[in-house]
Design a protein around this ligand. Structure first.
Ligand SMILES: Nc1ncnc2c1ncn2[C@@H]1O[C@H](COP(=O)(O)OP(=O)(O)O)[C@@H](O)[C@H]1O
Ligand SMILES: [Mg+2]
Length: 339
């Protein structure tokens, strides 16, 4: 082999590594016939590997349509979509969908199949040997906090809405796809269960590092979950940025209004206690002050102050006191961050 033929392996790997796990939209448009405007209109953006991007916007703005083009339930009228750096048009839909887990609002579980059989759908399609399938089912049910001994033989009708969504998530993860598409998965769930499921998604995301497109029309959900939020209106991207930047630098009045950027309490949810607290004085005595964690957000800290009536909170880091926080610290830090 001539040296000139040699492609350095590291370079080659680097190239493919950057694209692995990413989703790129290049001027993607979808026009349904008979509609006055495209459902999705010239969308271009890139979602990085391991990122959780929330697609946020009012009903009918094209969120579901955008999502369904990624697993080729819909084909764009024009433009291209790449996953792992590959044009998805070049992949067979079945091959493509093995890389992509899909969770929808109505869980979509098969009612006549047990929880275990529902979770096993993809591994069976992939013709895994049975012991491997059963082990995977148990592992996934544990992951979504449904103890297998209790839940694997139940039918969907014997589960609450929140539990059904957990099974839906387990099923979507079964073939270990690198990507997850979630279309308002918690839209029909009561507020308390929804918060618990959001916490689960954040934990799963940390643990599994999937690339996730998560559709929502709930601003608080978007702010809580999104590494970045893609704000859409009338088929187009209005702004694509971090929760903090969207709140503090909304691109236009639509984003400002949608995000409730004036809502101070909402902004506090994005700021952490350790950035606003005061360091401990030398002669510090903890006494019996209520405590917050340094990594908690200021919204939670504020609610603790209001609930307990305590003038001062003790800030702890792994149970060790590291600072103090008062209402005044919160107020002045928030005002500073807003300038
Ligand atoms: N299969 C379809 N045929 C025709 N029009 C559709 C179809 N699916 C969606 N639409 C239209 O496309 C627009 C965007 O819909 P959708 O993506 O479902 O919005 P969202 O998920 O943001 O609520 C809407 O005007 C909707 O009526
Ligand atoms: Mg929708």
């Amino acid at each position: 082999m001539h040296t000139s033929d040699y492609i350095p392996c590291s370079e080659f790997l680097n190239l493919s590594c950057n694209a692995m796990g990413s989703i790129q939209f290049d001027q993607v448009t979808l026009e349904f016939s008979g509609m006055s405007r495209p459902a999705v209109n010239q969308v271009s953006c890139e979602v990085a590997s391991g990122e959780l991007v929330v697609i946020l916007g009012p009903s009918g703005c094209g969120k579901t349509t955008l999502l369904k083009m990624v697993n080729r339930l819909y084909e764009p009228t024009s433009g291209r979509i790449y996953i792992d750096g590959q044009d998805i048009k070049r992949l067979k839909p079945t091959k493509l969908r093995q890389k992509i887990g899909y969770v929808i609002q109505q869980s979509g579980l098969f009612p006549h199949m047990t929880v275990a059989d529902n979770v096993a759908v993809v591994p069976k399609l992939l013709k895994w040997p049975n012991p491997r399938i059963q082990a995977r089912v148990d592992e996934l049910l544990q992951l979504v906090k449904l103890p297998p001994t209790e839940y694997r033989d139940r039918y969907p009708a014997q589960l609450s809405g929140g539990q059904q969504q957990r099974v839906g998530i387990a099923r979507a993860l079964a073939g270990d796809p690198a990507y997850l598409l979630m279309d308002e998965p918690f839209g029909a769930i009561d507020a308390i269960t929804r918060t618990a499921l959001q916490t689960e998604i954040l934990r799963l995301q940390q643990q599994l590092q999937k690339t996730i497109l998560f559709v929502s029309h709930d601003v608080d959900e978007a702010l809580r979950l999104g590494d970045r939020i893609l704000v859409m209106n009338a088929g187009q991207i209005v702004q694509f940025d971090t929760p903090f930047n969207l709140l503090t630098q909304p691109a236009d009045p639509f984003v400002h209004e949608l995000l409730g950027a004036d809502d101070m309490v909402r902004q506090l949810g994005l700021l952490t206690v350790n950035s606003a607290m005061m360091a401990l004085p030398d002669n510090y005595q903890n006494g019996s002050k209520p405590t917050v964690n340094a990594v908690d957000n200021l919204r939670d800290a504020l609610s603790l102050i209001l609930k307990t009536g305590a003038p001062e909170l003790s800030v702890v880091d792994q149970d060790k006191p590291v600072g103090l926080l008062t209402l005044e610290h919160i107020r002045s830090y928030a005002a500073e961050a807003n300038r």
